[in-house]
Design a protein around this ligand. Structure first.
Ligand code: 13P
Length: 341
């Protein structure tokens, strides 16, 4: 393992004013997104849609540090035969790959999940590296509900995240470690804070036990945020203040960067939260976005599967990328959104 190189890549992934495009929806998830805009989820349509995003050259070169791909996409070529991975590289971003294989029910723990995909991961990583991937992603999912999460769910998921991260580093790939505490439910922000704190502490404990080099990874957490169905929704300032307090308490300064998931927040909320965090002063790590839905909802709608809408889809994507790029430096203002509309 070359830790200097892993650290260089991890640092580039969270470069000031840049963040990550999570375009790694599994076939099931992208079908849901396409259903919402009335597009058939065929292999060609999935390729055309992602090719549209990756050819948004100006936005990617200025605001996007890396792109997370799904297995199907990393092997696909653009219409003109150029591998999609090359399009990303030509736009100046680093290609990455989602390597977990989704979740399964966790035995003895009703309502809880464990992420799978460790078997044969070492061999798969080798092939992804050869294809150009320089970082990877593994997402663990933690539910908040009555009596959950259990320590069992937190523990097995942290163990799997650390196993994955160690395998990545051995294959010279930067692991994005993503323990997502879901915002589904009616819990308040303080409950989210408390659960996320337990999850992050357990995750870093496992990372240390399994000898993962913190300098060569990126953390992808949820924010401390109210459950979607909570009657009392925390303000932007409260989300920012509690999230930063939580991360300072749990994430060692050796970690080069933190890149948030959007997790079901609206586009503008996700941007406003990141921006507000940067208003709070100096931070020990790079802090940016690794958004899926919050970067893609607008371009998906603008595109709607029609070739004549490609320019509109790219404009919508470029706008969100720019808004989040500004937020990653604390330079975003809501008036910039209105101007675009
Ligand atoms: P969202 O931003 O849509 O939550 O997706 C990010 C991601 O990659 C989840 O694993």
């Amino acid at each position: 393992m070359n830790l200097t190189e892993l650290n260089r890549i991890a640092t580039a992934m969270v470069a000031p004013g840049k963040g990550i495009l999570a375009a790694d929806e599994s076939s099931g998830t992208i079908k849901k997104r396409f259903d919402a805009i009335g597009v058939d989820s065929t292999e060609a349509n999935r390729r055309d849609y992602r090719e549209m995003l990756f050819r948004s050259k100006e936005a990617i070169s200025q605001y996007i540090s890396g792109v997370i791909l799904y297995d199907e996409t990393i092997w696909q070529d653009a219409k003109d035969g150029t591998p999609l991975v090359k399009l990303i590289e030509q736009s100046g971003a680093i290609p990455g790959i989602k390597v977990d294989e989704g979740t399964q029910a966790l035995p003895m723990c009703p309502g809880e999940l464990v992420t799978v995909g460790l078997d044969k991961l070492a061999e798969r990583l080798k092939k992804y590296y050869e294809r150009g991937a320089r970082f990877a992603k593994w997402r663990a999912v933690i539910h908040i509900g009555s009596g959950i999460p259990s320590m069992t769910a937190i523990s097995v998921n942290a163990h799997a995240l650390a196993r994955y991260a160690a395998l990545c580093q051995a294959a010279q790939i930067v692991p994005i470690v993503e323990p997502e505490v879901l915002m589904d439910g009616d819990h308040d922000i303080d409950r989210c804070y408390e659960v996320t704190q337990r999850v992050l502490n357990k995750t870093f404990q496992e990372l240390r036990v399994q000898r993962v080099a913190l300098e060569g990874m990126v953390l992808k957490p949820n924010m401390a945020i109210s459950g979607k169905k909570c009657a009392k929704q925390a303000s932007v300032e409260e989300v920012a203040e509690k999230t930063i307090r939580l991360l300072k308490a749990c994430v060692p300064a050796a970690v080069p960067g933190i890149a948030f998931l959007s997790g079901g927040q609206s586009d503008e909320e996700a941007t406003a939260h990141l921006n507000a965090m940067h208003k709070l002063g100096q931070l020990p790590w790079g802090l940016t976005f690794s958004y899926g839905r919050a970067l893609q909802a607008a371009p998906q709608k603008a595109w709607s599967g029609r070739p004549e809408n490609v320019a509109a889809g790219q404009a919508a994507f470029s706008h969100r990328a720019r808004m989040n790029g500004l937020a990653a430096k604390g330079e975003w203002q809501s008036s910039l959104e209105q101007k675009a509309a």
